[in-house]
Design a protein around this ligand. Structure first.
Ligand SMILES: [Zn+2]
Ligand SMILES: [Zn+2]
Length: 243
């Protein structure tokens, strides 16, 4: 979840998302838009229950959802069967870009989507704060804050360029370095590959997660990342980062 000027932007929605949102005191009502990276279950299974809850809580304003093309069909199917969700409009924006593209402009930020390299079509998202006159008056050198989210992907040369200079980079690190073969076979990244992306991108801080359920030595994730990129945090559930 990205919170900017009181507005919420949900990025991926795995199973249990509603419970985690309650734990973190995020209101369903304040979600302005939802960005789904790809249609693997761990990124989308929570979406349908969440939409239903939004309807129950009386959401009336349209909800913009961005994601790969197949999710549009899944949402249409869902809406045919679960009519509770009819109380508000879902505006679905299918993504198919081959290079970064501006997809959403909000009052305080812009959102750019870019393709990742995963087993199925997958997209990353970059959020850039819009610098206003008020920012410049307060500080002429003010630079907008930025956050990029790189969900499931294997490394590829353009990615650091597309997330260049972000204040906070989320990058998956499913496997440890010794499992690089497995990572490549499954279109995922290792700790060191995630850290290398942050380094090449000139990111200020890296957050990794999406750990393989087979690995129990969580300290190893942080250890390996920080060898390449010291400003790394190996995230745990409900952790909060100020940008
Ligand atoms: Zn995943
Ligand atoms: Zn995946």
């Amino acid at each position: 979840m990205l919170k900017a000027n009181g507005r919420l932007f949900l990025i991926d929605c795995g199973e249990g998302c509603q419970q985690q949102m309650r734990r973190c005191h995020f209101s369903f009502v304040k979600i302005e838009a939802i960005f789904i990276s790809h249609t693997h279950g761990d990124h989308v299974f929570g979406l349908f229950g969440l939409l239903n809850s939004m309807a129950m809580y009386g959401r009336a304003v349209p909800l913009h959802i961005y994601g790969p093309q197949p999710l549009g069909n899944i949402l249409a199917f869902y809406r045919n069967y679960f009519t509770d969700a009819d109380s508000f409009e879902i505006v679905y924006h299918p993504l198919s870009m081959k290079a970064p593209e501006l997809i959403h402009t909000s009052k305080h930020l812009t959102v750019t989507a870019f393709p990742l390299q995963h087993k199925i079509a997958a997209f990353g998202f970059r959020f850039d704060e819009i610098v206003t006159e008020r920012h410049r008056l307060e500080n002429p050198a003010y630079r907008g804050k930025s956050y990029a989210y790189c969900a499931d992907t294997m490394p590829f040369p353009e990615l650091p360029e597309w997330v260049r200079g972000v204040d906070l980079l989320y990058h998956e690190a499913t496997y440890l370095d010794e499992m690089a073969d497995k990572a490549a076979a499954r279109y995922h990244s290792t700790t060191k590959q995630a850290a290398q992306c942050a380094l090449e991108a000139g990111a200020k801080k890296l957050v990794v997660a999406h750990y393989s359920s087979r690995i129990t030595d969580f300290d190893a994730y942080l250890r390996e990342c920080t060898e390449v990129f010291p400003e790394t945090v190996a995230a745990t559930d409900c952790q909060v980062f100020e940008i």
